[in-house]
Ligand binder design. Sequence first.
Ligand SMILES: NC(=O)c1ccc[n+]([C@@H]2O[C@H](COP(=O)([O-])OP(=O)(O)OC[C@H]3O[C@@H](n4cnc5c(N)ncnc54)[C@H](O)[C@@H]3O)[C@@H](O)[C@H]2O)c1
Length: 456
Amino acid sequence: MNRRTFLQNSATAATLAALPFSIQAADRAGAKKFRTALIGCGWWGNNILREAMASGACEVVALCDVDARQFEATLKHVAAGTGDSPKLFKDYRECLAAMKPDIAIIGTPDHWHALPMIAAVKAGAHVYVEKPIGHTVMEGRAMVNAARATGRVVQVGTHRRISPHNVSGRDFIRSGKAGEIGMVRCFVNYGGGPEKPLPTVAVPKELDWDMWCGPAPLRPFNGGDPRTPTQGAGNRGIHPRGFRNYLDYANGTLGDWGIHWLDQVLWVTGEKYPKRIFSSGGRPIAGPVVATASEQTTDAPDHQVATYAFDKFTVQWEHRRFAANNTDKGENVGCYFYGTKGIFHMGWQKGWTFYPTDARQPAITEEPKLNSPDSQNIKELFADFLAAIRSDGKIKPVCDIGEIHLSTNMALLGMLSLKHGKSIEWDGAKEQIIGDPAANKLLRREYRKGYEYPKG
Ligand SMILES: NC(=O)c1ccc[n+]([C@@H]2O[C@H](COP(=O)([O-])OP(=O)(O)OC[C@H]3O[C@@H](n4cnc5c(N)ncnc54)[C@H](O)[C@@H]3O)[C@@H](O)[C@H]2O)c1
């Protein structure tokens, strides 16, 4: 990190510290509210909408979901939150055309981020879109280009960039207190285990399954009912929430969780992209992939290791969906920055801890300041989003899509190397894999008939 970057970052942080209060004051004074649409009314979409409503700056004008069962709970939240009466839509294109929202929140599954986000900015909306920004690298490139061409603010939901303990942890590392960083290990090791195939079931009448699959392959339906909490949370079927481990729609734990921690590495170190990536993994515990018309398992790896070579250090990712890390002193998620003065664990619900190399020195810990439910900092990230919108381009949001595109690429390139079975040399400036035409083809994918892959 050079001095200029440091000063820029300090200025951003200082500005941010003051912003939520001025926003609230403006809202109390009856400033015009942002006409807001939520596209994808599931678990996380509702968490974002809650904070949009709590900001006092948003009028909820539209809810859009291909599963009408999601409207029940979302409408209750809106009734309790703002008392607004949003119009309901199944098709985001109709929603954008009819309502012309100022803000679109996109909480759809990963394979459905690119098209609605691009359509929303073209329709004039500022967008808060979830991570990872795309399912393939070139979707992300097209999303960044659309954001820039339209001049709209696009915030991505990587809320760890604004979580107080992550911000102070970054300051700690950047001030040199951990010494020179030579290696980083990012990890998510939750439990899991062997997997049995789930039967294909009838598509519920409230769900447009063809549209849910959208540009991705149409698979047999094996999901649950989002109104039943146990199915919502622990569901291994594709919908709701289980899509994460079906590679047609997402990129497994690396795409779901890895993006958060690999993003922390780029954000803390100021690096943009690795030069070489290699990944290995498989399903020795989950078992073989089953994908027939009558039953299917997930197909994401149950463990994966990915190595990212940067000029100055090496980053390693690892995840397991078995053998949870309960014995570890720290958490089962996070990243360890290994420095010449000690080991710094950037964590989540346990904050951060620094373990000095000099064993006579005590460890230093900072507790997190997370919001309920689900231990996140969406409130702060949404305030930052509003501040960027109101600044008319003067303030970039803290999770600007240009930066989170790079973090998303870290996760997607790890998965690409695993699928390809080879290490890849990455030209980050050109967004091309060097000397490997077959690998370059995996930077995009064919969309299903009727859908057009976004043009970069
Ligand atoms: N930032 C974070 O910490 C965080 C945490 C959880 C989830 N997420 C992200 O949020 C996204 C949603 O995840 P979730 O767990 O809330 O999933 P979910 O299954 O609970 O919700 C997704 C919703 O999108 C709907 N949908 C699908 N296609 C649609 C379309 N074309 N138009 C409108 N709606 C459509 C589904 O019917 C479903 O209701 C994912 O990308 C995930 O990675 C981010």
